[in-house]
Ligand binder design. Structure first.
Ligand code: SF4
Ligand code: SF4
Length: 290
């Protein structure tokens, strides 16, 4: 199994577009799984008409304190690693759901069995497929929940066994440079860094490449300059960044065909296989699998 993280600092660079098309190309060689780990804004199912076959609710532990049993010893508060529990002067315990990681330490340390198991819904996992050899798993955080790191970790850990059944696992990574992105990149053998020739694209690419230096594992990194040829674009600066680090660069030209493929909800490599955009994507697939 080869794991490929398609990532980039900012949102809107075309990360999902590259991930979907790359997965589609690789699936024509061998069994491929596309994982949407952009849990706050998963959009692979808008770019690929995959048939969703199963939806599973993702739940996590939430402490429910039984006041009748609680001796107010404070051990749960003292041992909570996230400081999600606070004891007031009148000995009432306050619970801050946004801080809670669901680790269950409070339940384990309670000497009075006063911490009961409550559940909270974090989001959904959706399972689908497109054609014979491309399967899709989408992680989708419930609106209003701010625990994308938890959801991404759960998405990876719960499906690690499944990954092994595929020759290629393509992960559409979350934007930014946070813990969620780092946990995706740590799983990868190859990172496809998608950027665009704008000042923001350049700035975020630099941040992302610096983040990659924190990953101890040796990674193969490929830079994709999407929307190449934008008037006044910073292609040369992006290429210099890549050259400093010895990274291969693949240009994907700016094209209205990309918008068309989104509107038609079909991978451009299927719709317009002879286009320059598809040729760039084929080159990405070649480098990824070589
Ligand atoms: S589950 Fe963990 S993080 Fe949440 S309140 Fe209990 S000890 Fe704290
Ligand atoms: S550890 Fe148990 S008994 Fe002690 S304060 Fe917490 S809930 Fe109450």
């Amino acid at each position: 199994m080869k794991a490929i993280a398609v990532a980039g600092g900012k949102g809107g660079t075309g990360k999902t577009f590259v991930a979907v098309n790359l997965a589609r190309l690789l699936s024509s060689r061998d069994k491929t799984l596309l994982v949407d780990a952009d849990v706050e804004n998963p959009s692979t199912l808008f770019a690929l008409p995959a048939e969703v076959k199963e939806v599973k609710q993702v739940e996590s532990f939430k402490p429910l304190i039984d006041e009748a049993k609680c001796s107010k010893c404070g051990l749960c508060v003292k041992n909570c690693p996230e400081h999600a529990l606070v004891m007031l002067v009148d000995k009432r315990i306050l619970y801050f759901e946004d801080l809670c990681s669901g680790c269950e330490v409070c339940k384990l340390v309670c000497p009075s069995s006063a911490v009961n198991r409550g559940l909270r819904v974090e989001g959904l996992f959706k399972y689908g497929s497109y054609g014979e050899s491309l399967d899709v798993v989408v992680g989708e955080l419930k609106p209003g929940i701010r625990r994308s790191g938890f959801m991404i970790t759960r998405l990876i850990e719960e499906h690690r066994g499944l990954f092994e059944k595929y020759s290629y696992v393509v992960v559409d990574s979350p934007p930014g440079s946070g813990v969620g992105l780092l946990s995706v990149v740590k799983e990868a053998d190859v990172v496809v860094a998608v950027s665009e020739p704008t000042p923001l694209g350049l700035n975020d690419l630099k941040k992302f490449l610096t983040l990659l230096e924190r990953v101890e594992k040796r990674l193969k990194v490929i830079l994709v300059v999407n929307k190449h040829g934008l008037p006044g674009g910073l292609e040369r600066d992006l290429e210099e960044e890549a050259s400093k680090r010895g990274l291969p660069v693949i240009a994907i030209p700016y094209s209205e065909l990309v918008v068309k493929s989104y509107v038609e909800r079909r991978p451009i490599v299927d719709l317009h296989p002879e286009s320059q955009v598809s040729k760039g994507l084929v080159e990405v697939a070649r480098l990824v699998s070589s």
